[in-house]
Design a protein around this ligand. Structure first.
Ligand code: C2E
Ligand code: MG
Ligand code: MG
Ligand code: MG
Length: 277
């Protein structure tokens, strides 16, 4: 990269790279404004246990772009991760999710529901991440016992000692931890036991071809068996069909999330959904 090239080195100028950089800085600028202008919202995707009881939800970020409409996180989270813009976005998500959790505690049917919040690698690596979470919990009055932070394999492996320190400190507050997209990364078995996680989330890429795909069925069976024997709660994401659910159920999966049950819903739609169950 040009940045790391020393003096007197030849730099190759690539116009397509410049175009990509321009796009990125435009997006970064728009993202910076998006927070101030209130263009972000959280949607909530319901999660169910084996008996089809609602147990909680995952908060999923959406960007209501003034020109381009609703933008999914896959389009702006990776770019945000490469710049520090993910930090104010991550703070906004955590504050908004905790405010929602606190509001749910006043509803007869929403009280006690768990809420999963995705944390980005950069956000988690902040030296004051633990304090940030503690402050948000204090000011929102959300119950930490109902908050699940979702981490991914690649981010927990970066600096295992730092990860353990942070998870331990936050677990003392009552917070739960989930390992998202499980199976797509490279976590070792020893890591799984050392991190004192609460939940594994089976990535939807393993669920989509169940039960027909023998290899995926074998992987899912192995993940569930391992998670259960480690005492971890196991939830499958991306469950779209009754056949998928039935297979996961037969293997002992504890919980489900996916279009079979519900798509992610706005806060209002979520409350209507809960009222209608
Ligand atoms: P994820 O955390 O693994 O979230 C699950 C994704 O699966 C969501 O995509 C959800 O809408 C989608 N999904 C749920 N059920 C189904 C289904 O039945 N079929 C299929 N095909 N997909 C289903 P979404 O909302 O587009 O989010 C994508 C990713 O963006 C998330 O993956 C997460 O990694 C990231 N993300 C979302 N919100 C946040 C956030 O607030 N902060 C951070 N750092 N990342 C976020
Ligand atoms: Mg997630
Ligand atoms: Mg996931
Ligand atoms: Mg994913």
């Amino acid at each position: 990269q040009a940045k790391t090239a020393g003096r007197n080195t030849v730099r190759f100028y690539d116009p397509s790279m410049q175009a990509a950089l321009d796009r990125r800085s435009t997006l970064e600028n728009e993202l910076r404004h998006a927070i101030k202008r209130g263009e972000f919202t959280l949607h909530y995707q319901p999660q169910f246990d084996r008996l089809h009881r609602l147990i909680g939800a995952e908060a999923l970020l959406r960007w209501q772009h003034p020109r381009d409409g609703l933008i999914a996180p896959a389009e702006f989270i990776p770019v945000s991760e490469q710049t520090s813009i993910i930090l104010p976005i991550g703070s906004w998500v955590l504050e908004t999710a905790c405010a929602q959790l606190a509001a749910w505690s006043h509803g007869e049917r929403t009280r006690g529901l768990m809420l999963g919040v995705n944390v980005s690698a950069r956000q988690f690596r902040q030296p004051d991440f633990v304090d940030q979470v503690r402050n948000v919990l204090d000011s929102s009055h959300a119950n930490p016992e109902l908050l699940t932070l979702e981490l991914t394999e690649s981010m927990v492996l970066g600096d295992v000692a730092d990860t353990i320190r942070k998870i331990t400190a936050l677990k003392q507050l009552g917070i739960h931890f989930s390992l998202d997209d499980f199976g797509t990364g490279f976590s070792s078995f020893s890591c799984l036991t050392r991190l004192s996680l609460d939940q594994l989330k089976i990535d939807k890429s393993f669920v989509v071809n169940l039960p027909g795909n023998g290899a995926d069925a074998a992987i899912v069976t192995a993940i569930i068996t391992m998670a259960r024997s480690l005492g971890l709660n196991i939830i499958a994401e991306g469950v779209e069909t009754e056949m998928q659910r039935a297979f996961l159920d037969s293997q002992g999966c504890h919980a489900y999330q996916g279009h079979l049950f519900s798509r992610p819903l706005t806060g209002e739609a979520f409350e209507a959904f809960v009222g209608g169950i």
